[in-house]
Design a protein around this ligand. Structure first.
Ligand code: AMP
Ligand code: MG
Length: 324
């Protein structure tokens, strides 16, 4: 604290200079932000030129607005000709490294953020994706939220409240393991609110994601697409394996019986809410290693298109020597 009647000591001058430097860095970032348009991250995979795709025919699973998909048209067993995990180990490691390096820059930039939404049927691989793709990410710059049945407090608010509350701060990657989409998925399929209410949520979701994007949060969404047979195998494996039984919930069997209703709900959510600013990716997910490859690659491409920058260093650093 500065004492009244005394001239400013040297440390105050240093503090003033640091404050001026910070103000300048903030102004530089604001200028850079102004020059970025929403469109600049709207189609990241099309902007990336630094590294060509691993193969020229690498399929893209982005759902384009105005081109509705049907889940039945996408083969959950697709793996683009790769036979097994060993075929993609190297590439997966490469994309994980890309994500790690870009995250370091995003965190240092402390200006923009990335929100990744994961949705799937039970056993679809959301947890496995988090474990398999985000290895190599600095935990300090990453948050994961797993959304469960809303609490009484959450239910007493508007449906977006609990999600908005956990949207990423500047510099962070946030992963939503389930998300605001549950409010047009399970809520719709199980009639948890009247149709008039969930119907208007698609527009609210699009507005919400647009607002996040305008506020420099890039939003990407993945639907991990498994087949009904694959879900049966995975549920059976949870029952048979003592280490996996904790994951089994008998409620999952009831949801499984509503498979077709869920597919209809997913299709409408994806087709209505895949926008230029917040795209959905529909990922073939029967083969876990292929799913991880597609998701890691898409995230790395998206972050590369965001092109996060280290903030400018203080001026005059070259003249500084560190005292003994
Ligand atoms: P799990 O992800 O297996 O731990 O299960 C979480 C459960 O919470 C799933 O059955 C979800 O469908 C359910 N859930 C998540 N969000 C909501 C929501 N907004 N409304 C109702 N149920 C939800
Ligand atoms: Mg579960």
């Amino acid at each position: 604290m500065r004492m009244a009647g005394r001239s400013a000591p040297a440390t105050d001058k240093a503090t003033d200079k640091a404050a001026a430097d910070r103000a300048k860095a903030a102004a530089d970032r604001a200028k850079a932000a102004k020059s970025r348009k929403i469109e600049s991250v709207a189609a990241p995979e099309r902007l990336v030129v630094a590294k060509p795709p691993a193969r020229p025919d690498y399929p893209r699973y982005r759902v384009d607005p105005g081109k509705p998909i049907r889940t039945a048209d996408i083969d959950p067993d697709e793996s683009e000709g790769y036979q097994g995990k060993a075929d993609v180990t190297e590439q997966l490691a490469l994309h994980r490294n890309r994500i790690g390096d870009l995250q370091t820059r995003l965190y240092a930039e402390h200006d923009r953020a990335l929100l990744i939404v994961l949705q799937a049927m039970d056993t679809g691989g959301k947890d496995g994706t988090i474990k398999g793709v985000f290895r190599g990410v600095n935990p300090q710059g990453c948050q994961v939220y797993s959304f469960k049945v809303p609490s009484a407090d959450e239910l007493a608010h508007d449906f977006l409240w609990r999600y908005h509350n956990r949207a990423p701060q500047a510099g962070m990657i946030t992963i939503f393991n389930r998300s605001h989409y549950e409010d047009v998925l399970i809520v719709r399929v199980k009639n948890l609110v009247p149709e008039e209410e969930w119907r208007q949520r698609y527009a609210s979701i699009n507005e919400f994601e647009r607002m996040l994007t305008i506020n420099d949060i890039t939003v990407i969404k993945f639907f991990l697409h498994i087949s009904r047979d694959e879900q049966k195998r995975r549920l059976e494996s949870r029952l048979a394996n003592p280490d996996k039984r904790w994951k089994f919930s008998s409620g999952d069997l009831g949801e499984r019986l509503l498979w077709d209703d869920y597919m209809a709900a997913f299709e409408e959510a994806i087709n209505t809410c895949s926008t230029d600013h917040a795209p959905w990716y529909l990922v073939p997910a029967n083969k876990k290693w292929y799913r991880n490859l597609v998701i890691a690659r898409t995230i790395a491409d998206t972050m590369e298109a965001m092109n996060p920058q280290y903030p400018p260093a203080e001026e005059g650093l070259e003249k500084i020597t560190v005292p003994d």
